[in-house]
Unconditional design. Structure first.
Length: 273
């Protein structure tokens, strides 16, 4: 995938009802470690797959195909997996939809957990609760906190999100230390909220971050991806979020070495993890 493909990929995503667009894929391609594969015939885009590499870890994005090309999902996923194996990636993960889950299972991926897709419809508003805007001097702590939660570094991705919508990039500070952060980004239908990360298991800090990030959405629809058993779910329900779907977190290879010192309450996206 190149920058010239982005508009066509975004249009295909809209045709297939996905809440991602050209802007999401352009942001993705600008990141170090981002790779995309397109399938085309006679100049017509048939499908696209993406993979985001973070050092020894890689995250497979969702497969996107024309309605008359669904049978090509296996070929695209195989190409992505083989490319990462040739590059020496130790762990591959994905938030798989119903089409990808059985294919990845046959490729040796194991189910790690279910992830809920929640949406808050337009009209809800939230008042600020005391978090602060993420500034440049917070970024080192935010990156370290995030790596403790997920087991690998993705500071460049976090910085890209913070720059895109600065007013919605929030942190919680205690005694001068960053103990949580949340990011919000625009989507074709409203906004997407995540990642949301806190030090330890701190659902109160996570709820405050969610509420303040929502205040920047100005009542627009918001989608969030949350682990199925998350202690944050009651707070999200109070904010008006309701389940609209589910995904399967799948993994091939060793578990990333997150030390348990931090918790990822909400994911960034299916494209980047």
């Amino acid at each position: 995938m190149t920058a010239e493909d982005v508009e066509g990929v975004g249009a295909l995503a809209q045709q297939r009802g996905r809440n991602v667009g050209a802007e999401d894929y352009a942001r993705f391609l600008a990141l170090e470690g981002a790779r995309g594969f397109v399938l085309s015939r006679d100049g017509m885009l048939l499908g696209v797959g993406t993979v985001m590499r973070y050092f020894d870890h890689a995250f497979l994005g969702p497969i996107l195909l024309r309605a008359d090309a669904d049978g090509l999902a296996i070929a695209l996923l195989a190409q992505l997996v083989e490319a990462m194996q040739r590059d020496g990636v130790g762990t591959l993960e994905a938030e798989a939809g119903t089409a990808e889950e059985p294919i990845l299972a046959r490729m040796g991926f194991a189910l790690v957990r279910r992830t809920l897709v929640l949406e808050r419809q337009a009209g809800g508003r939230a008042d600020a609760t005391g978090t602060v805007r993420m500034e440049a001097h917070h970024l080192l702590d935010v990156g370290a906190l995030d790596a403790a939660a997920v087991g690998y570094g993705r500071k460049e991705y976090l910085l890209a999100l913070a720059r895109e919508l600065p007013a919605a990039a929030r942190v919680v500070e205690r005694e001068g230390d960053v103990v949580g952060y949340a990011l919000l980004r625009r989507a074709p239908r409203g906004y997407a909220l995540g990642p949301v990360v806190t030090r330890g298991a701190d659902p109160d800090a996570a709820a405050a971050l969610v509420r303040d990030a929502l205040s920047a959405a100005a009542g627009a629809p918001v989608v969030i991806l949350v682990p199925e058993e998350s202690a944050l779910l009651p707070a999200l329900e109070r904010e008006g979020f309701r389940p609209v779907g589910s995904l399967a977190r799948m993994r091939a290879g060793p578990t990333p070495s997150a030390g348990g010192e931090a918790t990822e309450w909400a994911l960034g996206s299916r494209i980047t993890g």
